[in-house]
Design a protein around this ligand. Structure first.
Ligand SMILES: Nc1ncnc2c1ncn2[C@@H]1O[C@H](COP(=O)(O)OP(=O)(O)O)[C@@H](O)[C@H]1O
Ligand SMILES: [Mg+2]
Length: 239
């Protein structure tokens, strides 16, 4: 089902670092609770690369993605996106940077229930104050790419689980971000829908030269990424 073309990368784009995490440590301390989840973890992802992170429940996968996306702070170490360190930005600048350069896909779609598929996908463009008609046209084109051209005006409750995740994928990629962070994006789907959704993410990421960092339990899906790591004991090891 691959009808996506990908233009060749220029050498600078191909080698450009998008995600850089250095010596991340994350420790949660609250009352009697004291857990160190990440230990001196470093990771670099270049433009267009696909990286899978596999780990048991509670191993720190979501914590790592939150830090990479500037949604949580490391206890020590630094995380940067497109050369800008999250710690060096205020909250408003972080939000803007995320809207400009990042897309997120979660296990549960996190679509806004009162809005149509089209509106959900157009929203990241509206937030940029892009022209409304142009935003809607771009969002509709994205939904057609994920096979939902006939579902533009359906609300999330009127879609199947796999269709909702396809809307979430369209929303994550509609701004042509440098990177998509996906946290168990197919964890809630049956095998066939999971493969369809995963393939769409890979195809769209390749088409747009978007880097993809995907956390998954599913070894068969991880196998389809260029690089794979296990997250064990707070450390990444090549898998
Ligand atoms: N806000 C928090 N406060 C305290 N502990 C947390 C918090 N967030 C996560 N943890 C702990 O960190 C560990 C890793 O969590 P998480 O990153 O969600 O793992 P995963 O996504 O791999 O299942 C878990 O033991 C969890 O209980
Ligand atoms: Mg998690």
């Amino acid at each position: 089902m691959n009808n996506f073309s990908s233009a060749p990368l220029t050498p600078t784009e191909a080698g450009r670092t998008v995600v850089r995490a250095q010596h991340l440590t994350k420790r949660f301390q609250e009352g009697r609770l004291d857990v160190t989840v990440l230990r001196d973890l470093s990771l670099t992802v270049n433009a267009g690369e696909t990286v899978a992170i596999v780990g048991a429940s509670g191993s720190g996968k979501s914590t790592l993605l939150h830090i990479l996306g500037g949604l949580d702070k490391p206890t020590s170490g630094e995380a940067a996106l497109n050369g800008a360190n999250w710690a060096g930005m205020g909250a408003a600048a972080q939000s803007q940077w995320r809207n400009k350069h990042l897309g997120f896909v979660y296990q549960f779609h996190h679509l806004l229930p009162e809005f149509s598929a089209l509106d959900n996908v157009a929203m990241p463009l509206w937030i940029r104050r892009a022209d409304a008609a142009q935003s809607n046209a771009t969002a509709a084109a994205m939904l057609r790419k994920v096979g939902l051209g006939e579902r533009l005006h359906h609300r999330p409750s009127e879609l199947s689980g796999g269709e909702r995740q396809r809307v979430a994928v369209a929303r994550a990629l509609v701004t042509q971000p440098s990177c998509v962070l996906a946290d168990e994006p197919t964890g809630n789907l049956d095998r066939t829908s999971a493969q369809t959704v995963f393939q769409l993410m890979l195809d769209l990421a390749a088409e747009q030269h978007t880097a993809l960092v995907v956390v998954t339990h599913d070894a068969a899906l991880a196998q389809q990424c260029q690089r794979r790591y296990g997250l064990v004991g707070g450390v990444l090891s090549a898998a």
